[in-house]
Design a protein around this ligand. Sequence first.
Ligand code: FRU
Length: 507
Amino acid sequence: MRNLLAILFLLLLVPSGCIDPLIKSDFREINIYSEPHRPQYHFSPESNWMNDPNGLLFHDGRYHLFYQYYPDSTVWGPMHWGHAVSPDLTHWTHQPIALYPDSLGYIFSGSAVMDYQNTSGLGTEEMPAMVAIFTYHNMSRERLGKKDYQTQGIAFSLDQGSTWVKYKDNPVIDNPGIKDFRDPKVFWHEPTKKWILVLVAGDHAQIYQSANLIDWKFSSSFGENMGAHGGVWECPDLFSLTTQDGEQKWILSISINPGGPNGGSATQYFVGDFDGISFSTEQKEVKWLEYGRDNYAGVTYNGAPVDQRILLGWMSNWDYAQVTPTKPWRSAMTLPRKLSLVRQTDQFVLMQEPMIESAILGEKIDMNPEELIEGRTAPISQSVLQMTIDLSHEFSLTLFNDHERFDFSMDPLTAQMRIDRRNSGPNSFSDKFAPEVQTATYEPESRLTSLTVFTDQSSVELFVDNGRYVFTNQIFPNKPYDMLRIGPDNQAAKDISITPIKSIWHD
Ligand code: FRU
């Protein structure tokens, strides 16, 4: 209170031109990033609404994160591209808003590339342009009941993403009469020496190619009768990975809302081949990136070092994203995850390995399984919990405080994993947040498996079997969890450790 009075007093003394920075820095010291439920090592905007990650690009030692942002409210509104940069994908520095809506529409999701060879002519070879490719969403045309209100536009920056100019002849791809025509992901395809663009068009994906990022030619479409169609297709990505046996495959990932395996928004993927023109697959079954409820619209970085494929997702679900109990911001990103593709017998599986800079890891604490059967105090609210699980035994894990709990279990008889967040904290803000238990079936490869659980102030990210099965979930407990229990006995879990994680926003 005394601090606040001091700030008010100072405000009366300073000339108006100086007021903003003063309020901002002092307010930040007192408050920002210390609010209840504020993620301490996940990215979240200082204030207001965020959804999808956009324009993920590594360039010149910096990871750029652009994101769907509405700076005037904590609910969705006219979309901008917010911006942050990081040297290590863990520590983030906020940047000014990159793209503002204009007469062609709101700025919806999309991607970014470095045009090193100046194919677009928007930069020079000495000063290559960073080019953002996004969807224009024209509200007036939508209100008129037209179908063609989404088109694709580009913008470029000649100063490493600090300032942006919209291309003068936008849109670069007009709407062919398709509602939900959006979310372009662009990348350079070396074999054909072309830029490739994949976007969603209602119930399928479309692929385009271009020599210069400006003139695009339709190549092919995919997916009308493939995969899950419980909701609209959104935020596609197309990239290649090489398996442990040196087999190169292409992965097409598609976010879908609703229709996820445990309700609402989720991401499915197809493993197949891509020849620069079309994507094909022999896959019959639906594959889900994960089974939790809060990893949506995830896409991967362009230009990441040593060919790493790094995914970042929006840690929320359209089922309740706009009513979660956080203030003055809403939503965070997931931990970044390094993707790999594994062939297991006749199947391809996408694995996710969480990425975190070791500098923010505290001292590892070994735990004795015996002592955890009854439940005991543990620094479990902002940490990484690791253990080995013997799948021939029943196993359960509970993170809790005096009246709230989060449960995970694995049952060898049914081969079912279950997540229960029904009593994880208040959830009356939406009856879609925790209507039931989340489930997934596992296929044991061997008797012993790994479990890694990252907890932050309002999330639990659970990676089973080296990230073969993943559950990302938000939680909003009244009080951070401080107790840990394993069950039903001490037979399944061993090598248990907890490593506390420091805040990236505070010392
Ligand atoms: C996915 C999405 C995208 C769209 C953006 C709008 O969450 O619906 O399809 O571009 O959000 O904010």
